[in-house]
Design a protein around this ligand. Sequence first.
Ligand code: MN
Length: 228
Amino acid sequence: MADYVISPPAITSVPVKGGGNFPIRRVFCVGRNYAEHAREMGSDPDREPPFFFMKPADALLLNDGDMPYPPQSTQLHHEMELVVALGEGGSNIAEADALAHVWGYAAGLDMTRRDLQNAAKKEGKPWDMGKGFDWSAPIGLMVPASKIGHPSTGLIELKVNGKVRQTSDLSKMIWNVSETIAYLSGLVKLAPGDLIYTGTPENVAAVQRGDLLEGVVEGVGSVRTRIT
Ligand code: MN
């Protein structure tokens, strides 16, 4: 037993469809990875290099749990995303080898305090408090790549209270999963347990208390949360 002076934090883990739990190390997120979303955020999507931000692992919201409306914001936005889970890590991973590092996938939401993010952007400050707040990362069941393969096309869709809000196709990602892993592994040494939220398609918008969010990624699964 290590000589910890306080209780060590619990390991966050995401339940796997069919049994077991996937332990989480870090949560990386890709910014502006669908052209129409980049445009709606006022950027030029012409393959600027991918960029990344992070959420703490304990921002994950599991098991279709309720999401408390976060403090200090009046503009909580949904971003529906495909989540990649790494089973192997490494530095400078080649694109051709990248998918061999993927353990599985899940459907997830990158919930965003857009007002805080926009204020930070304007002042050249970090996005952390717009992105990495408590319960900001709802995630559905993990599914192993050994069962579903590596989806590169397929519907990605979010409904709010039963009405479609976001709909697109995984093939519209600017940087695909292999390219994203290769690029990110050139910036940091990736590790087993790391997640990558791969960016949202267009039509991000605000949610209110009481709203029910239901997202699907075709061939992967679903994610569901109610804002309380
Ligand atoms: Mn996002």
